[in-house]
Design a protein around this ligand. Structure first.
Ligand SMILES: Cc1cc2nc3c(=O)[nH]c(=O)nc-3n(C[C@H](O)[C@H](O)[C@H](O)COP(=O)(O)OP(=O)(O)OC[C@H]3O[C@@H](n4cnc5c(N)ncnc54)[C@H](O)[C@@H]3O)c2cc1C
Length: 274
């Protein structure tokens, strides 16, 4: 199938993009890498009246390291992180995630910002960035705001980014030299969207520990009880992980509960062994 008819505008900068979004009067979507929006339009699951292409806005491609964080512009592509174009401030965490998203053709076009705003429950960056403690910089005509990813996702395919707002990028806290992480995806075939994702970051120097379950039926889920256990260096069996899942989500069928518990337990094992 082909997309329904739509208008197209190329934004020259963020302010121009916001102006186009505000002034459209119809259903308008930002176009970044097009790797999620394109298929949805082809299937006519999305039928925007206007596409605002932000793909040539240089300011959204910036990668900036400060003493305690890394800013990744919304238009930074998965492949740029995979290829080491961003400084490694996370002991290989971001690079490893990027290199295992789909396959190279998707990674060449898909952007980090597009992935988190799209908020596909099976997407990698929403879960991985939440585990890393990232925050989002969002800009509108009223100015910019920063939102921690723990308050960013409001459900499957749903975030706090408004229709006339642009995600400028993500700020990811730098991991200390002793930080450890584990990431475990369960996929039917390599390169496919995940059926479950476990993501763990432990950084005692910052008193930081996060355990996140992704590829659920909604937003990625934080598991603070498991985070306390891994912070204390305690192993977590599949049964333990299952019990922790039950405490925060009662709706999984037995199959999903089992693969989620398995992904979490394996991610934690990897982090503790790192
Ligand atoms: C075959 C295939 C397999 C894939 N497998 C995986 C996978 O295993 N793991 C994974 O994580 N992803 C996977 N993806 C998705 C891929 O990572 C996409 O690149 C990503 O989800 C969306 O990024 P994009 O730049 O293409 O966004 P687009 O498709 O251009 O946009 C996605 C959505 O975000 C909005 N948006 C984009 N940028 C902004 C912004 N700066 N501000 C506000 N709104 C914005 C758009 O309006 C749209 O609603 C796959 C895609 C394909 C086609």
């Amino acid at each position: 199938m082909k997309p329904a008819k739509f208008d197209y505008e190329r934004a020259t900068d963020v302010a121009h993009a916001i102006g186009l979004l505000k002034g459209s009067g119809g259903f308008t979507k930002i176009l970044a890498g097009g790797q999620s929006l394109g298929p949805m339009m082809n299937l006519r699951l999305a039928q925007p009246d206007l596409l605002v292409d932000i793909g040539r806005i240089e300011a959204l491609k910036r990668i900036e390291k400060t003493h305690d964080s890394l800013f990744i512009g919304a238009l930074v592509r998965h492949a740029m992180i995979e290829d080491g174009k961003a400084p490694d401030t996370t002991r290989g965490y971001l690079r490893s995630i990027a290199g295992n998203i789909a396959y190279r053709a998707v990674r060449n076009r898909g952007t980090v910002g597009g992935s988190v705003v799209h908020a596909d429950p099976s997407g990698d960056w929403p879960t991985a960035m939440l585990a890393a403690g990232a925050s989002a910089r969002i800009t509108s005509a009223n100015g910019a705001r920063s939102v921690g990813l723990d308050a960013f996702f409001t459900g499957a395919y749903s975030t706090v980014v408004g229709e006339d707002e642009v995600l400028e990028g993500l700020s990811v806290p730098a991991f200390s030299d002793h930080a450890r992480w584990g990431y475990y995806k369960i996929c039917r075939k390599p390169g496919e969207f995940a059926d479950s994702i476990g993501a763990v970051v432990i950084d005692p120097a910052r008193s930081y520990a996060r355990v996140v379950l992704g590829a659920t039926d909604g937003a990625p889920i934080l598991l603070p009880a498991l985070a306390s256990r891994v912070a204390a260096g305690q192993a977590v069996s599949i049964a333990d992980a299952g019990a922790a899942i039950d405490a925060v989500h009662s709706g999984f069928d037995p199959f999903d509960r089992q693969i989620h518990a398995t992904a979490l337990s394996r991610a934690i094992t990897k982090a503790l062994a790192a």
